[in-house]
Design a protein around this ligand. Structure first.
Ligand code: UT7
Length: 337
C-alpha cells in the first residue's frame, strides 16, 4: 500500500434554529444572565427539536459542506462521527449517515467516543487512515445534541450546553499535508468528574441513581483543564519546534471563556488570536471546534495558508490537540447560516 498525504479540503456546519438565551434559563432555574456571562462567557445556545437527533444535525452540516465546496460525497470511503449523544447506542450515527447521505455501500462507518476531545481524535484518526493509504476520502463529524442529556433543573450544568454539528472532509493530496503536529493525553482516574450513565451500576462509588442526564463536577474539570491544556499546547509546539508566533489562530474547546483565558495566559497565545463558538452556541461538546473553525471563516478571520492550533479536552478525562496547516479548496457558494 502506498503512503499518501492528507489534506482537509472542505468544511460545513449546522446549528438548530431554536435559541435558548440566558434570560430563558432564568425562568427554569435560579440563575441570571450576569452570572452566566461573567462565569462562562455564554449568552445563548441552540436547542434541537424533540424529534431532531445528532444524525439529523450531521446531515445538515454535510449538506452545507457539499453546497459550499461543490463536493460529491458518494465516494467517501470512511465516515467518522465524534459524538457522545448518538441517536442510539447502536446502530452508529455513522451507519445512519451512510443511508441518509446516500454514500456508497462500500464505506466504512465508525462512531468515536471521546466527548469534547472527540473531533480532534477523529481528525487524527482520519489523517492516519488517509496518510497510510488505507482510505482516500474521509468525512469527519463533531456533533452533539447535549440538550437531550442535560438536566434542566441543575443550574450548574444546564447553563453550559447546546446542540450543533460540524464536518470536514479529509482527502488524499498530491503534495500538501494539513497536519503538522499532534499531542494527546488521558487521565482515566478523573472519569467520575463528568459522565453520563450507561449500563454499568457503578462509577468509582458515585451515585448512579440519576437517569439519562449528564453529571459534572464543574470545578474539578475546570481545574484539570487549566492545569493540563497549557502543557499539551506547549508539547505540540515543541514538536516543530514551533513558537506561539507560528500559530495564527488558537481554537481551544469552547467549554468556558474563563478556562480559555488562563490557558492563553499560560501559553503566551494572545486571547485576540483565539476563535471560540461558546458565546452564541454554548458548549456543544464535540462540535465546538468545527463550529469555531467555520465561524472564523464566515466572519472573514480565518484564511487559507494560516496555521491553526485546535485543542479538545473533556470527559475521560481526555485531551488532544493538532497543529493544522489550513488550506481548503475554494468555496464556490457563500454560506447561508
Ligand atoms: O466540556 C466538558 C468539560 N466541562 C467543562 O469544562 C466545565 C468546566 N467547569 C466550568 O465551566 C465551571 O466550573 C462552571 C461554569 C460549571 C461553574 O463555575 P464556577 O465558577 O466553577 O462555580 P462553582 O461551581 O465554584 O460555584 C460557585 C457558586 C456556588 O454557590 P456557593 O456554593 O458559592 O453558594 C454555586 O452554587 O455559584 C453557584 N452557581 C450558580 N449561581 C448562579 C452554580 N451555577 C450557578 C448558576 N447561576 N447557573
Amino acid at each position: 500500500m502506498e503512503q499518501s498525504i492528507a489534506r482537509i479540503t472542505a468544511i460545513g456546519s449546522y446549528v438548530p434554529d431554536k435559541k435558548m438565551t440566558n434570560f430563558d434559563l432564568e425562568k427554569l432555574v435560579e440563575t441570571n444572565d450576569e452570572w452566566i456571562v461573567q462565569r462562562t462567557g455564554i449568552r445563548e445556545r441552540r436547542i434541537s427539536e424533540p424529534d431532531q437527533y445528532t444524525s439529523d444535525l450531521c446531515v445538515s452540516a454535510a449538506q452545507d459542506l457539499m453546497r459550499r465546496y461543490d463536493k460529491s460525497l458518494v465516494d467517501v470511503d470512511l465516515i467518522l462521527v465524534a459524538t457522545t449523544t448518538p441517536d442510539f447506542i447502536f446502530p452508529s450515527v455513522a451507519a445512519i449517515l451512510q443511508d441518509k447521505l446516500g454514500i456508497s455501500r462500500s464505506v466504512g462507518v465508525i462512531d468515536l467516543s471521546a466527548a469534547c476531545s472527540g473531533f480532534v481524535y477523529a481528525l487524527h484518526v482520519a489523517q492516519g487512515m488517509v496518510a497510510s493509504g488505507l482510505h482516500r476520502k474521509v468525512l469527519v463529524f463533531g456533533a452533539d445534541t447535549m440538550s437531550k442529556i442535560t438536566d434542566y433543573t441543575d443550574r450548574s450544568t444546564c447553563i453550559l450546553f447546546g446542540d450543533g454539528a460540524g464536518v470536514v472532509l479529509v482527502e488524499t493530496d498530491p503534495e500538501e499535508s494539513s497536519f503538522l503536529a499532534y499531542h494527546q493525553g488521558t487521565e482515566g482516574i478523573g472519569g467520575a468528574h463528568v459522565y453520563l450513565k450507561g449500563i454499568a451500576e457503578n462509577m468509582k462509588g458515585t451515585d448512579l441513581s440519576n437517569t439519562g442526564t449528564l453529571v459534572q463536577n464543574g470545578r474539578e474539570v475546570f481545574r484539570w483543564a487549566v492545569r493540563n491544556v497549557p502543557e499539551g499546547v506547549k508539547a505540540i509546539l515543541a514538536k516543530g519546534p514551533f513558537t506561539t508566533n507560528d500559530v495564527d489562530w488558537f481554537i481551544p474547546h469552547s467549554a468556558n471563556l474563563r478556562i480559555i483565558e488562563p490557558i492563553c495566559e499560560r501559553t503566551g497565545i494572545p486571547l485576540e488570536r483565539t476563535l471560540y463558538s461558546l458565546v452564541n452556541f454554548g458548549n456543544t461538546s464535540a462540535a465546538t471546534i468545527p463550529l469555531a473553525l467555520d465561524l472564523g471563516i464566515r466572519e472573514g478571520k480565518l484564511r487559507d495558508g494560516e496555521r491553526i492550533l485546535i485543542y479538545g479536552f473533556g470527559a475521560g478525562l481526555t485531551h488532544a490537540g493538532l497543529l493544522l496547516n489550513w488550506n481548503l479548496d475554494p468555496e464556490v457558494s457563500i454560506s447561508s447560516v
